[in-house]
Each structure stands twice: as structure tokens, then as C-alpha cells.
Design a protein around this ligand. Structure first.
Ligand code: MN3
Length: 247
């Protein structure tokens, strides 16, 4: 896929109202592409969203995240979001064409938001992880920004883990770049839908739905989060940060 096609694909997502997962910022200068450059999750020739590849073997994050969880999470859960966003777009097209009861518009808009959010969240999540020992350490401009906005790396990590652990029910913890202030922030996302500020760029996300950790950690979400910190791909987080900092 060319850069332009990627930009168009992601720009399209932004136009669907999904900007708060960072895609709106991709419309002008491409920063929102940051997490999706290798596996854009969109088949331009078919005009459909597609499941993104895992950038490593499903067993590669063991023992921190187990292979069975990774397989089910990727092949079943993520695939269901891909199917869901495609179905929602088909039903909405039928409503526009007068072929489906317009009273279902609200339902399909809600499903569009949920499934498109799920697709993009997971595409970003797979890429912001890497086998332990290969993801590097936070450094350079990213580390400077972490120190500036959180005081220290340790304070950031504590806040990121506490914020993610405290998500009520299903959702996500995110480190984001907020474009108005130019600051890094740690925020929660509920379900698959954003409760973020418009236009923030997602830098690092952790899925805290039970399907992300229950097989190995059962109800011990905090233990999962401690292990997640060992499989972060800081090279990718830095790449996202530098893409948005440049734009
Ligand atoms: Mn998930």
C-alpha cells in the first residue's frame, strides 16, 4: 500500500468520528499513521478493513503474555471487530440507498464506532508490544517528554499502571500526545470507544479487557500490567511520538 493510500484509509477513519484514537491528526501531516504504517488494516482494492498481522509469533511474548491468549485475542476478538466494522459500513450504505429501515441508523452508527474503535485499538496494541528484551528502553525526545510531563519515568509507569488497573469493566489505558497543550497524558478508554480529547495521538496502549489476560492472570489485572511493562516496544512508541512531534 502506498503512503497516499494509507493516508486516505486513515483519513477516512478520522472522518467517521474516530479521531480520538489519534486518526484525525493523520489527516494533514500523517502523524496518525504512526501506529499503522506496517500493517494498515485496510485493503484499498477491496475497500474493506482487514485483520492486521501480528508483527511477531503469537508465542513470542511468553511468559509475560501467553500464546493461547494472543491467538484467541488476535484471530477471534480482533477479527470480530474487523467483521463488525465492515458489516456496519454495509448496513449504513443500505440505509443511504433507501434499502434498509432508517430507524436502524442509530444502532449501526453505534456498532460502527464500537467495531472500528476495536479494530484500530488492536492494530496499535499489537505493534506497541515486542518480545521481552527487544523493545528497547524509553529514551531521547520521548524520555525527555516523559520526564517533563510526569516528573520521572518511575512516576509515569506508576500512573500508567494505576490508571489502567482502575478502568471500570472493559477498556484500555493509553499514553497519548495531546495536541493543544503539546503534553503527554495518561488516560482511560472505556470499551472500544474513546473518551479521549479530540485529536490526541495514541502512543502506547494496553488492553485491559479480561480477554487480554484472564487465561493466565484470572482476576489479577495488576499482575498482567506489571508483565505488560516488560514487553513494550519502546522503539515503536518513540516512532509514534516523533511522528507527531514533527508535524
Ligand atoms: Mn482486546
Amino acid at each position: 500500500m502506498t503512503d497516499m493510500n494509507r493516508r486516505q484509509a486513515i483519513g477516512g477513519l478520522g472522518a467517521l468520528g474516530l479521531g480520538a484514537v489519534g486518526l484525525a491528526s493523520g489527516s494533514a501531516k500523517g502523524a496518525g499513521l504512526a501506529g499503522l504504517s506496517a500493517h494498515p488494516g485496510w485493503d484499498a482494492s477491496a475497500g474493506r478493513f482487514v485483520l492486521t498481522d501480528l508483527p511477531y509469533d503469537p508465542d513470542a511474548l511468553e511468559p509475560h503474555i501467553d500464546g493461547q491468549t494472543m491467538r484467541i485475542h488476535h484471530e477471534r476478538h480482533h477479527q470480530a471487530y474487523v467483521n463488525g466494522v465492515n458489516t456496519a459500513l454495509e448496513r449504513l450504505a443500505e440505509i443511504r440507498a433507501g434499502q434498509t429501515d432508517p430507524a436502524t441508523l442509530e444502532l449501526w452508527q453505534r456498532r460502527l464506532s464500537f467495531h472500528a474503535g476495536g479494530h484500530i485499538n488492536h492494530a496499535l496494541f499489537w505493534e506497541n508490544m515486542a518480545p521481552a528484551g527487544t523493545g528497547g528502553e524509553p529514551s531521547g525526545a520521548l524520555m525527555n517528554a516523559i520526564r517533563r510531563d510526569f516528573g520521572s519515568y518511575e512516576a509515569f509507569e506508576r500512573f500508567f499502571r494505576d490508571t489502567s488497573a482502575a478502568v471500570e469493566g472493559s477498556g484500555w489505558g493509553w499514553l497519548v500526545h495531546e495536541p493543544v497543550s503539546g503534553k503527554l497524558m495518561v488516560v482511560q478508554m472505556h470499551n472500544q470507544q474513546h473518551s479521549l480529547f479530540a485529536g490526541v495521538t495514541p502512543l502506547l496502549g494496553v488492553d485491559v479487557w479480561e480477554h487480554a489476560y484472564y487465561l493466565r492472570y484470572q482476576n489479577r489485572r495488576g499482575d498482567y500490567l506489571a508483565e505488560f511493562m516488560k514487553v513494550i516496544n519502546w522503539h515503536e512508541v518513540s516512532r509514534r511520538f516523533e511522528a507527531v512531534a514533527r508535524s
